[in-house]
Structure formats: C-alpha cells, structure tokens
Design a protein around this ligand. Sequence first.
Ligand code: 13P
Length: 249
Amino acid sequence: MRKNIVAGNWKMNNTLQETKQLLNELMRQTKNTEAEVMVAPTFVNLESATQVLTGSGIEVIAQNMHFASHGAYTGEVSAAMLKEIAVNTVILGHSERRAYFNETDELLAKKVDAALANNLRVIFCFGEELSDRKANNEEPVVASQIANALFHLEASAWKSIVLAYEPVWAIGTGETATPNQAQDMHQFIRKTIENKYNSDVANSVSILYGGSVKPANAKEIFSKPDVDGGLIGGASLKAEDFFAIVNAF
Ligand code: 13P
C-alpha cells in the first residue's frame, strides 16, 4: 500500500553550519519512525546534507529543478546534477515557485517529465488560493492543476509521483485546513485520479497535506484516511517539532 511520508521543506533557510547542526539533532531523534522522513535543504547544502545523513534513513531531497538537461539557464540546476549527488526526490510546483517565479502548469509538466526521465521521484505541490476557497472553487482549481501537469503521464509513471496538497491560505499563516477540510480534498483528489486512471493508481499514490502543520495538529490531520503525511515548512526548522510531527504517525 501507499507510504506515509513526512518531508521538511526548509525553503531558503539554514546556512551550511545551521544545516549540519539541525541534521545532527534530527539524527539523534530519528528512531523507528512509521513514516519515510525527508528533508529539503537549499541547493548549495544538498551534498553536505547527504553526507551527514548517510545511513540515517532520512532522505535528502531538492526543492526545485530546471526541465532542461543542461545549457544557458543561469542560476538553474538540472535533474542530472541532483542525481549525481545522490538526490533522488525533488519537490516541484510549490506555491512559492508558482507565485514568485511564475511557474505555470505547462512549465511544471516539463519539469515533471525531466525528473521522471532521470529517475527522480517527484513531490508535486498544488493548492487553491483563499479567493478560490471563498468562491467554493477549490475543487476545480486543484483538479486542473493536477490534470494540466500530470495527466499526460502513463499510469505506470505514477509510482514515482507523490502529491502534496498545500492550500495557499494555510502556508506560513498559522491557519491550518481543518482535518475534515484536508480529508475532503484528499478524497476528492484520489477520486479525480481514479476517474482518469484506475483505483490501483489512486490508492497507491501518497497524498501529503501541507500548510501550518505543527506538533499540536499533526496527529489529527494524519489520522484521516486519505492523508498520507505532511510537507512541513516552519515546524521542520526545529528538530523537536519536526520529530513530534513525524511521530504523530
Ligand atoms: P508551513 O508549514 O510553514 O505553513 O509551510 C508549508 C509549506 O509550504 C511546505 O512546503
């Protein structure tokens, strides 16, 4: 069956020294977790992070990548560059990338293809804005984000896809979707995938929730049947909080 995953998205936080310190604290606390645990440091610290975490069972993942294999794309990083330093999973489509760097569904479809072609697993993020939810429009928005970026894939490619539903209004705001709001949306997402593919694909894909997950609310959110874990921002920057969330499973 599908995996439980808790991934820390560090965003643009932590220098190299801070990265090493936090990872050492994490390693002391990771014991017999029920979930797969991942952390996403900034690009420049990925290689050091993989070295620190060797043998720990914690996976180091990237926050982004470019779709091209190489070339004149100043400031960008390719899938092959990630693979070479033993990074095997990449977050794509985070709402901050969509909002601040104009990443569109069409661009994200290309990034997904490049990641899969290089045997990277993708954590694909999407989610509605507050205005969408106020207009009761969250389901069509989410369905189109998924369809536009992922529905060209063959069913077999979905073994390398993890979904992360992150309502934009809940990211970094302290306002979490209620466990029922998360469950309702995750169930809708699974149904959407079943309608397009089949129940095997729908039931095998892990769907993470992201947006102000904290030690105090993780257990209730993760207890919902269609919530398979979390993508954690702010609370992943403190070892104690991150592991309280991991141990919520
Ligand atoms: P917060 O947990 O800080 O709300 O961030 C969520 C997020 O964006 C994870 O990718």
